[in-house]
Design a protein around this ligand. Structure first.
Ligand code: ATP
Ligand code: MG
Length: 181
C-alpha cells in the first residue's frame, strides 16, 4: 500500500483554498486541480510499503502541541511532466519541529524517507499551465491562520478511478494551556 503522513486542514482553510483555486481558474490557469476533500499538508511520504502496523505505531507515538498553520503565497514546482502549483505555509517553529519528529520516528521504525528539505505546501493543481508561463499576479491568498490539531497516517489509493486518502491512524495533538500562544 501507498502511505503518507499529513495534517488534515480545517473547513476555513479548505474554504480559502477552494476560493483560491476558483480565482486561479478564472485567471486562466489550467490543470488538474485538487479536490476539496483531498487537501492536506504532507509531512512525510512513505511510498509503497507493506509495513502498516509499524507506520501506525510511529504516528501513534507523536507527542506535540496543536498549533496554527498560516498561509503565505502561491508557488510553483516546475517539472518536466507539468508544474505543481501550491499554496505555501509559514515554516513556523512548531510545524518544523513536528515534521522533524514525524520523520525521525518513521526513520527509527526503519522507513527510508527522502531527505530533501521540508518545504511546507498545499498542492492546488498538478500539470498546471499558467497564462504567459507565470502565476497571475492579481490572484492572492488571504491572510489566514487555521488550527492543526491532528496528525494522520493516510493510505493513498483509487476507488472507482478516483484518488482517495483513507485515514489509517490518527494522533490528536495536545491542546496548549489557556493563555499560551
Ligand atoms: P497523484 O499522484 O495521483 O497525482 P497524489 O500525489 O496526491 O496524487 P500520492 O502520489 O499518493 O497522491 O501522494 C500522497 C502525498 O504524498 C501527496 O501529498 C504527494 O504530494 C506526496 N508525495 C508523493 N510522492 C512524493 C515524493 N516522492 N516525495 C515527497 N512527497 C510525495
Ligand atoms: Mg503523486
Amino acid at each position: 500500500m501507498r502511505l503518507f503522513v499529513a495534517l488534515p486542514l480545517d473547513e476555513t482553510m479548505r474554504d480559502a483554498l477552494c476560493r483560491a483555486m476558483e480565482d486561479l481558474r478564472a485567471a486562466g490557469v489550467r490543470g488538474r486541480f485538487s479536490h476539496r476533500e483531498n487537501l492536506h499538508l504532507t509531512l512525510a511520504f512513505l511510498g509503497e510499503t507493506p509495513r502498516l502496523a509499524q507506520a501506525c505505531r510511529a504516528v501513534a507515538g507523536v507527542e506535540a502541541p496543536a498549533f496554527d498553520l498560516r498561509l503565505e503565497t502561491f508557488g510553483l514546482f516546475r517539472r518536466q511532466e507539468g508544474s505543481i502549483l501550491w499554496a505555501g505555509l509559514t515554516p513556523s517553529a512548531p510545524l518544523l519541529a513536528l515534521q522533524r519528529q514525524v520523520a525521525g520516528r518513521l526513520a527509527d521504525a526503519g522507513f527510508v524517507l527522502e531527505n530533501r528539505p521540508f518545504s511546507p505546501h498545499l498542492t492546488l493543481a498538478r500539470q498546471a499551465q499558467l497564462p504567459g508561463g507565470r502565476l497571475p499576479g492579481a490572484v492572492q491568498l488571504p491572510r489566514l491562520s487555521a488550527r492543526a490539531d491532528r496528525v494522520v497516517l493516510f493510505e493513498s489509493t483509487r476507488q472507482n478511478g478516483r484518488l482517495v486518502y483513507l485515514p489509517r491512524q490518527t494522533r490528536t495533538l495536545a491542546q496548549p494551556l489557556e493563555g499560551t500562544p
